[in-house]
Design a protein around this ligand. Structure first.
Ligand SMILES: [Zn+2]
Ligand SMILES: [Zn+2]
Ligand SMILES: [Zn+2]
Ligand SMILES: [Zn+2]
Length: 583
């Protein structure tokens, strides 16, 4: 009906009073009153799209309307039209994610000629369109990324979706477009009146792979977001916690953190951020939600179950809505675990592959256990370079950097290029090997569940003895800085990855590190960590100390200093000569 070009006729009799206003005509003389019939014609459809755009343009020009507060600049860019941030609903529309850091506007993708939508709302061929767009210039703005082709056979005109609107091309309900030269002269019943896509539309992608790559980067810049949920940290579970930290439908890793965007309990019709966390309270999970709302004090909720928190929040939202006579929310089926994000497919894939989840006896596995899933699962929450204790009682505090007693083994390797035990046997000079390593390390290793602990690094191909496998990358800092940072990281519950180079310097890989930090300790290692000097800079290189067949986990001896009984870290390397303790 909305897009029907037929005129809608409305008839309305005028009241006698209104008639009096009209000047009397001579031939009506003697007639006291006459009922006039006025016919109003209102054209519906077609023009509606134009007018709403015109109104917003007018508002923009006059600057007299109240505008919502400025949000921080949204730097996500559309790969098709190169414009930043979500577009207007009746224009390019919201941004959809296609890969880490890659976004496309829904309509920029949907209106690409080769893209189609499945029954379930998946957009197919977006990648094909992106490839074509790389080489295709827009007929309107002359920039690349144009993928919306004119439907007339052999017409060369291709536009960005938004440029096609600006150029006043004609859009049809069957998702075709005719350019300015070929568009129909008059209106058509098949012309589309709005571009708003209110149904669920998404682009198929490998979520688990994507999350893994985000977590592997370890830069904490990338988050992943599923609908109204932003995911921050996986957390982990110790074997002793398994029994209490799950329900039949979800696993509750300690340190799990996610932000839910949901209706405010204080401002009607506004959304705010609910920061959800799981921590431990005397052997039981403690669920916490912190409400972050602009210009208002943070609210805190704590409960022994996620439902306990979210039932309260939802009730408050419902009350606020009924008080301000707004539409009722459908909240009957809202579950706390869902609001925490614990039942999201990608999250469950991760929680179900946490080490030791087999012991969650009442939990119903949805995706099964992945014995060797390529995911960084254990990000040591209590700190210390790769030395998370497996059982909490065995270690009261993490191993800390000891600035007075430097590991002798590391010191001995800190002698530069000449005296290292392996230099003689290198076929190439070390610096040329190092240069090659810079580009080729990715072919040497892959990250996967470790047989020893958490994640480990594995040989991706057969590695000959004395091969430079990977560099231990991080920021070089002084001892004092390292000690300070360690305290900060500890208070943030981060896994700490530091590597001592010498008496004064430490490499901090906690925030900026590469995958080398995932190499586990073993008492019978197949690699050594060697400090090598290139261009007057000290680099730590993991070098194979024997031939390593493809698929074997890489290890080196951490050679921690000995500590007293209280601070012992158990070793789980499983080697025949295992010393049972790492320090
Ligand atoms: Zn776009
Ligand atoms: Zn354009
Ligand atoms: Zn054309
Ligand atoms: Zn061992």
């Amino acid at each position: 009906m909305e897009s029907s070009p037929k005129a809608v006729r409305q008839q309305r009799p005028l009241s006698p009073d209104e008639e009096m206003v009209h000047p009397k005509l001579k031939r009506w003389k003697g007639i006291r009153w006459k009922r006039l019939q006025i016919v109003l014609s209102i054209r519906k459809g077609g023009s509606k799209k134009e007018s709403s755009r015109e109104v917003s343009e007018l508002m923009e020009r006059l600057r007299i309307t109240l505008r919502p507060e400025r949000l921080p600049r949204d730097k996500r860019k559309c790969c098709f039209c190169h414009e930043e941030g979500d577009g207007a609903t009746d224009g390019p529309a919201r941004l959809l994610n296609i890969d880490v850091d890659l976004w496309v506007h829904l309509n920029c993708a949907l209106w690409s000629t080769e893209v189609y939508e499945t029954q379930g709302g998946a957009l197919i061929n977006v990648e094909v369109a992106l490839r074509r767009g790389l080489r295709t210039l827009c007929a309107y703005c002359q920039k690349t990324g144009a993928t919306n082709s004119c439907n007339r056979l052999r017409c060369p005109n291709v536009y960005h979706f938004a440029c096609a609107i600006r150029a006043r091309c004609m859009f049809f309900k069957d998702k075709t477009m005719l350019c300015t030269q070929h568009k129909l002269k008059g209106p058509s019943e098949d012309e589309l009146s709005t571009f708003a896509v209110l149904r669920r539309v998404y682009i198929e992608r490998d979520e688990v792979k994507q999350i893994a790559s985000i977590l592997q980067r370890g830069d904490r810049i990338h988050l992943f977001r599923v609908g109204g949920l932003i995911f921050h940290a996986v957390g982990q579970l110790l074997p002793s916690q398994m029994a209490n930290f799950h329900s039949a439908t979800a696993i509750f890793p300690v340190g799990y953190e996610a932000t839910r965007i949901y209706w405010s309990t204080r401002v009607p019709n506004k959304r705010c951020r609910y920061r959800c966390r799981i921590s431990e309270d005397e052997g039981h999970p403690l669920f916490e939600v912190r409400v972050l709302e602009h210009g208002m004090e943070d609210l805190h909720y704590r409960d022994a179950s996620p439902d306990g928190i979210w039932d309260r929040i939802v009730q408050q939202v419902a009350k606020l809505r009924s008080d301000s006579s707004m539409l009722k929310l459908f909240t009957e089926n809202l579950k706390g675990e869902e609001m925490f994000g614990l039942t999201i497919h990608a999250v469950m894939r991760i929680t179900e592959s946490l080490p030791g989840v087999e012991n969650c006896q009442n939990y119903q596995f949805r995706y099964g256990r992945h014995p060797l899933m390529e995911l960084p699962l254990m990000i040591n929450p209590t700190g210390c370079a790769r030395s998370e204790p497996k059982v909490s009682t065995q270690c009261k505090r993490p191993h800390t950097l000891n600035s007075t007693s430097v590991s002798k083994a590391y010191q001995s390797t800190f002698t530069g290029e000449l005296n290292t035990p392996y230099s003689k046997q290198f076929v190439h000079s070390k610096s040329s090997q190092y240069r090659r390593l810079k580009t080729e390390w990715k072919n040497n290793v892959y990250l996967a569940r470790s047989r020893i602990q958490g994640l480990g690094l594995y040989a991706a191909k057969d590695l000959e003895k004395h091969t430079m496998v990977i560099e231990y990358i991080g920021t070089v800092i002084r001892n004092e800085v390292a000690n300070r940072r360690e305290k900060i990281y500890e208070s943030q519950n981060r896994g700490i990855y530091m590597f001592r180079i010498n008496n004064e310097q430490v490499i901090d890989a906690t925030l900026t590190g590469g995958p080398a930090r995932y190499v586990n300790h073993s008492c019978a290692p197949n690699c050594v960590a060697e400090v090598v000097t290139f261009d007057k800079e000290d680099k730590i290189i993991i070098i194979s100390s024997r031939r390593i067949p493809k698929g074997e986990e890489l290890t080196y001896d951490y050679q921690f200093d000995f500590e007293d009984d209280q601070h012992k870290i158990p070793c789980h390397c499983g080697a025949w000569n295992c010393r049972k303790w790492m320090n």
